[in-house]
Ligand binder design. Structure first.
Ligand SMILES: [Zn+2]
Length: 300
């Protein structure tokens, strides 16, 4: 948590009022959050005085293009939140680590209880530099993904983004047929597929009727097509409902509003509850630290 639909919800919300705004200040109270920079001051200097030109997303990363060609990248990891505020008079939540102010007014705050997320400014490699891009992402035939990876060297190893990289089911099939690991591990590996995590991998596998422990290379053509379609459809629906806000993972958008997709989840976090299709209780399997929710009868 958060996964692609939650990050996309944040991106869409911020894009409405941040694009065109000039960053006046960036107050950093935890150096750990900007750890790729030598000092917090280096980070501040890299963003202050620059106008935000675009708000994009790749995998679980938020990317703000700045007017000098650099990009401000925000990775919320497991516990980061972005909150919009009117100004310094609004009370700051605990664990607020970065506060952006804008010459046109308003504030954006980065809050992170575990400090696992990070913010950094990425400089594009010099013109003509050969950029080594993930072999999976290179299968893309369109979309903004390849361009973003060429601009941001830190993101070149990211796998396929289901929306920013265009990849048909036949190329998706080639990827699956090259993997001998289980489906859940393949779907949540950010270097293969960028953006899916526990929730949406489980939901996509249920929608496709596939067992999480199936070897990826064992899928038939029909099963691959079903999985390919399920991933796109589940993510699109979740974006439409503003992501999922679960009790133990209370996602909120920049205005503090919860998502609504949790009420449509078929298997995730439903251990022991009846399957919506066959009424058998949903099962939970734990592998390393990863929990998987599934229906024994509907998924094989
Ligand atoms: Zn079932």
């Amino acid at each position: 948590m958060p996964e692609l639909p939650e990050i996309e919800t944040i991106r869409a919300s911020l894009s409405r009022d941040l694009v065109g705004k000039k960053i006046k200040g960036a107050a950093v109270t935890s150096g750990k959050i900007v750890r790729r920079h030598k000092t917090a001051k280096d980070f501040r200097t890299a963003v202050e005085g620059h106008t935000i030109k675009s708000a994009q997303r790749l995998g679980k990363n938020l990317i703000f293009g700045l007017d000098n060609g650099t990009s401000l990248v925000i990775d919320l990891d497991v516990s980061g939140h972005i909150l919009r505020s009117q100004g310094p008079k609004d009370e700051k939540p605990k664990h607020t680590h970065v506060v952006f102010t804008f010459t046109q007014g308003g504030e954006i705050r980065y809050v992170d209880a575990l400090s696992k997320g990070e913010l950094y400014v990425s400089t594009p490699p010099p013109e003509g530099t050969e950029v080594e891009i993930s072999k999976f992402a290179r299968l893309s035939v369109g979309g903004d993904g390849l361009g973003l990876r060429k601009q941001i060297p830190e993101l070149t190893s990211l796998g396929i983004d289901p929306f920013e990289d265009q990849i048909g089911w036949d190329r998706f099939a080639a990827i699956l047929r090259s993997r001998t690991t289980d489906l859940k591990s393949v779907l949540t590996d950010q270097n293969i597929l960028a953006g899916l995590g526990e929730i949406y991998a489980d939901e996509a596998l249920f929608a496709a009727g596939l067992g999480h422990d199936r070897e990826a290379e064992s899928l038939s053509t029909i099963e691959i097509r079903r999985l390919h379609r399920a991933i796109t459809e589940i993510l699109q629906e979740a974006i439409k409902y503003g992501g999922s806000s679960l009790e133990k993972e209370p996602f909120r958008d920049p205005d503090g509003k919860e998502g609504n997709y949790q009420q449509y989840l078929q298997v995730y976090d439903r251990e022991g509850l009846p399957c919506m299709q066959c009424r058998q209780p949903i099962k939970k399997a734990v592998n390393k630290s990863q929990a998987t929710f599934y229906c024994d009868k509907c998924q094989s």
